[in-house]
Design a protein around this ligand. Structure first.
Ligand code: DX5
Ligand code: ZN
Length: 225
């Protein structure tokens, strides 16, 4: 349920270009700008950590030339430490790695910050949110996967919203600064529930890029409608 605090809270929309036309990704970035999206979400998949492959740092640096919007880079790759500096150089603003991708997450998050970028941590639906307790004080963003990562167009797993609620309360209690971001299956029907659980940044792929009017869809989601 949305309350007054939810309505006052600024919700950021991070459209995911995973669902856009790959032959015209620069146009996808322009759509995000025209629709007043807040961040551009870029999904990096390696075919190992997730059963799909997308693109690498070259695509990120190419698109960097088309917009000044923050680049929210979601690394769904094994050994993220091998690529952090490449995605930083390519023009990422936020680099999110998966908790499940390495034993030495703490080290890699510090590396991201040393490179002057915002550091995010993500968990898949089967990972409990409590495993993040030691790193919550040192991160800029938590990305709760609301679907199993790898593909756009899946259905949101309602149970994952419990993790968003948990993070919302611990963030208030300890006065932490991280953004709470959600990714997967978000659309105009369920965004109110997602925002009500405490999400601050909504990653949305197919609901935007498959809409009749993607720019208008960004605005609808922003208003939690
Ligand atoms: C899924 C990706 C998402 C994806 C979301 O693994 O991390 O960012 O683009 O797409 P939708 O909104 O279609 O679920
Ligand atoms: Zn993503």
């Amino acid at each position: 349920m949305m309350n007054v605090m939810d309505i006052l809270r600024k919700i950021l929309i991070a459209p995911s270009i995973l669902a856009a036309d790959y032959a015209h990704l620069a146009e996808a970035v322009r759509i995000i700008e025209r629709g007043k999206g807040d961040w551009v979400h870029l999904d990096i998949m390696d075919g190992k950590f997730v059963p799909n492959i997308t693109f690498g740092p070259k695509m990120v640096s190419t698109l960097r030339g088309y917009t000044k919007l923050p680049f929210d880079v979601h690394l769904m790759i094994t050994k993220p430490e091998n690529f952090i500096h490449k995605f930083a150089e390519a023009g990422s603003d936020i680099i999110t790695i998966h908790y499940e991708s390495s034993v030495h997450i703490h080290r890699h998050l510090n590396k991201i910050r040393e490179l002057g970028k915002k550091a995010g941590i993500s968990i898949v639906p089967s990972t409990p949110v409590t495993v993040l307790s030691e790193i919550l004080p040192i991160i800029d963003l938590v990305l709760i996967m609301t679907v199993n990562p790898g593909f756009g167009g899946q259905t949101l797993i309602e149970q994952t919203l419990n993790k968003v609620e948990f993070l919302t309360s611990i963030k208030q209690e300890k006065n932490y600064a991280f953004f709470i971001e959600v990714d997967g299956g978000i659309n105009r029907e369920n965004c109110k529930r997602v925002i009500g659980a405490g999400a601050e940044v909504l990653v949305v792929g197919s609901a935007i890029f498959e809409a009749a009017n993607p720019e208008e869809e960004i605005q609808l989601l922003k208003g939690g409608e």
